[in-house]
Write a protein that binds this ligand. Sequence first.
Ligand SMILES: Nc1ncnc2c1ncn2[C@@H]1O[C@H](COP(=O)(O)OP(=O)(O)O)[C@@H](O)[C@H]1O
Ligand SMILES: [Mg+2]
Length: 248
Amino acid sequence: MYPRVIGVISGKGGVGKTTTVLNLSAALNEMNKNVVAIDADVKMSGLALQLGMYYFPVTLNDVLKDIEDLYRAVYIHSSGLRVIPASICLEDCNISNLKKILNHTSMQNNMIIVDGPPGLEKNALSVMESCKRILVVTEPELPAITDVMKIVNLCREREVKLIGVVINKYRKGREQITKEEIESTLQVPIIGVIPEDKNVKKSVFRKKPIVLAKPYSPASVAYKKIAARLVGEKYEEENIIKRLVGRF
Ligand SMILES: Nc1ncnc2c1ncn2[C@@H]1O[C@H](COP(=O)(O)OP(=O)(O)O)[C@@H](O)[C@H]1O
Ligand SMILES: [Mg+2]
């Protein structure tokens, strides 16, 4: 059985957590996995905005505070992906009872991908402990890797399963740590390497995850491979004719 709930966290901000959540969710949704993406980075929320969803009167914050029912905070993107956004107000929100949402009866048949906050603050720990299975996103740079090391240790202490590390914004030829060096330093599996890809930013303008906006770009293929790996399926390379037709 593959994990039903996956938390996505990182040592520092800006490494690509939200991008990873959106693209893995969209890729898994395309594989008919019935996905809900939750924005639990309540301080720097922006998951729904990146999908062009700007109007959400009910948010995760309201459900956590028992002000609203969960179903009212679920919004559907044009791709069919369901999203629970966080409030865009800078309110202080404690997500220690996120588990209540993850285990809600209406969520039992869904795969849930949670966009967590960076760092090792209280809310990041809540995401780790509520999700029980996590992916850590990092850039291939020494300071970022050092932060991941701290997360790895915390996972071990708290019996949280670290499914793997996603190395994002990888650039060939740049002076950076290699995948093998990161793997041997952290002693955890690298589940995928996402290249730096200019189409990622372009897709934000198009309000679509890159796996939907440019399905054959290098980052999309890398995300689709991780998605397949997460659910124990084989990623099928689409043939060249389909790929060319897809361009038009
Ligand atoms: N693989 C990539 N290639 C190029 N740009 C990327 C890639 N992944 C993320 N980005 C860009 O990096 C910035 C930070 O990404 P984001 O997902 O918001 O990070 P986080 O959620 O960890 O703060 C965004 O502008 C995003 O478009
Ligand atoms: Mg983010």
